[in-house]
Design a protein around this ligand. Structure first.
Ligand SMILES: Cc1cc2nc3c(=O)[nH]c(=O)nc-3n(C[C@H](O)[C@H](O)[C@H](O)COP(=O)(O)O)c2cc1C
Ligand code: SF4
Length: 509
């Protein structure tokens, strides 16, 4: 029977992939995969032909009888035929290191994983030993993809050198940023890459136990990852002797309870310990005193999943791509009001304008782009005037922004930036862990001040107060939740001042 690949990724499922698979059952051998990340084409179905895979999409269950009768299983012409997926413009423009297998393999087939180069990095890591692994990761220039962009090699070296009878690898899969989904896609589409990356980290620092802290809103990722863990244990990739070596390492998945702040590494550790997730004061760093007081590496899913490539292809191959101090690739998540939203892995250095207009195709509504929020709820709103900003940690920071976990959320000209600024404060008030005053109380006062501005009440005086409050939150908060909320608020104020003065002006006229 002809093999047909139907994604089982949550995005494809939401668009009816299960019904498509059911309609195709009996006509073809169905292989469920992750997603290639071209969401406007999901469910994107691929047929195996002698010339390679041929894609069709977006396919609905209703289309299936007609597709079958017009020769889809032979790769025949049809209005939904897209051609070879690897020749689609959105994929041609990418550099897929971390997501190379996602959407191609059966996520739960270790044979598929091996056939596509899986486990080579771990085998090399076992040959190298701890010091050389850390050296290689350091040389690659890999920086944490969770948001702060901290050099991964330095974090690993600190944990490797820390003294402790037990060390841990904790993977942060809380993925709370708006418009982000790369962690979820990876866990659903290629979970063994994460397991391999965690095993390499464990050998590097001398850890025997790992935890993955996954957000509760990801039922499919949770199920796929648990199934992958069971296979990895059965096949000797995890357990008493990793791939028959002298290293023991096992991983447990834990599910969060829906708090944004539990993505912050120290509240995540508290939550893992069974406590209410509250931010811990640093020092001590988790690398010295982390989970249960033991030396712990906390890394994002994408950081860890990038490591097998670094070990397989070498630090130089990873390092050769990128811009400035941002080396390697970033899975950029294009979201919001965009024609072509999806996962776009590329070397750092593309401009925001290239991403939004050329790759993303502009707005889905057809109206002009007015603002783009990059880096989740703590990220700044950039106007088109800043579209020459390169996707790079330093370039965004220089313009009072951040790239965070790589979420890009696009808004058209119907957006009201004063309301977005209010929303930032509301979000902070709802998600604050409550430990420090600037964030806990400041965010509530922030909502009140913005409400007064929006009502046209002493606008100039209240704008000054809002700036003052943002300054206090930025410099007085214990963690980046309270400390970075001023970024969306102040960027809205700086780049879109007219939205804050509209009522005032209307009242004065
Ligand atoms: C409020 C807040 C939320 C965060 N949420 C996440 C998250 O969902 N996922 C993540 O990987 N890092 C998140 N971080 C960053 C983590 O604290 C930490 O820097 C990261 O997990 C370290 O991994 P990395 O070095 O691989 O980026 C958050 C930070 C803050 C302040
Ligand atoms: S800034 Fe907010 S979330 Fe962070 S420690 Fe303070 S109260 Fe908690």
């Amino acid at each position: 029977m002809t093999r047909v690949f139907v994604p089982r990724d949550a995005a494809a499922l939401a668009l009816g992939a299960d019904a498509v698979a059911a309609a195709l059952a009996g006509h073809a051998a169905i292989v469920r995969t992750g997603s290639r990340g071209l969401f406007w084409l999901e469910p994107m179905v691929e047929v195996e032909t002698p010339e390679g895979r041929i894609a069709y999409g977006p396919v609905s269950a209703r289309d299936v009888p007609e597709l079958l009768s017009s020769g889809m299983l032979q790769g025949a012409a049809h209005k939904l035929r897209l051609g070879k997926p690897e020749e689609l413009h959105f994929l041609v423009c990418q550099t897929r290191f971390t997501f190379a297998r996602c959407g191609i393999i059966d996520p739960l087939s270790l044979d598929d994983y091996r056939a596509q180069g899986g486990l080579k990095g771990l085998r090399r890591a076992l040959e190298f030993g701890p010091e050389r692994i850390v050296e290689e990761v350091t040389k690659s220039g890999l920086r944490g993809r969770g948001g702060a962009g901290f050099p991964t090699g330095i974090k690993w070296k600190t944990t490797a050198e820390a003294v402790g009878d037990q060390k841990y690898i904790v993977c942060n899969a809380d993925e709370g940023d708006s418009g982000t989904y790369a962690d979820r896609m990876l866990m659903e589409g290629d979970p063994f890459t994460l397991i391999e990356g965690m095993a390499i980290a464990a050998i590097a620092v001398g850890a025997t136990k790992g935890f993955v802290y996954t957000r509760s809103e990801y039922p499919h990722a949770i199920a796929t990852f648990d199934a992958a863990l069971a296979i990895a244990r059965r096949e000797g990739l995890l357990g008493g002797t990793v791939l028959g070596s002298g290293h023991a390492f096992d991983i447990e998945q834990r599910v969060g309870a829906g708090a944004y702040v539990c993505g912050e590494e120290t509240s995540l550790l508290d939550s893992l310990e069974g406590k209410r997730g509250q931010v811990r004061a640093k020092p001590p760093l988790p690398a010295h005193k982390g989970l249960f007081g033991k030396p712990t590496v906390v890394n994002n899913v994408i950081t860890l999943a990038s490591v097998p490539f670094v070990l397989t292809e070498g630090a130089a191959a990873y390092q050769s791509v990128g811009f400035g101090r941002s080396r390697g690739t970033m899975p950029i998540q294009l979201a919001g009001n965009l024609r072509y939203a999806g996962l776009f892995e590329a070397g750092f250095g593309l401009t925001l304008g290239e991403l939004v207009n050329d790759i993303g195709g502009g707005t889905r509504s057809g109206r002009p782009v007015r603002a783009v929020q990059v880096g989740g709820p703590l990220g700044a709103y950039f106007p088109p005037a800043l579209f020459d900003t390169k996707f790079d940690y330093e370039a965004f920071a220089a313009r009072d922004g951040l790239i965070g976990h790589g979420g890009v959320v696009v808004f058209d000209d119907t957006v009201d930036l004063a309301r977005q600024a209010r929303f930032a404060m509301e979000f902070c008030a709802a998600e604050s862990c409550g430990k420090c005053t600037p964030c806990r109380i400041g965010s509530v006062r922030g909502i009140e001040v913005i409400d007064r501005i929006m009502a046209g009440d002493r606008v100039e005086a209240n704008l000054e107060l809002l700036e003052d409050l943002c300054h206090t939150m930025k410099f007085g908060s214990l963690c980046a939740l309270g400390g970075f909320i001023p970024y969306p608020v102040m960027s809205a104020l700086t780049h879109f001042p007219e939205d804050f003065r509209a009522l005032h002006k209307a009242a004065a006229e």
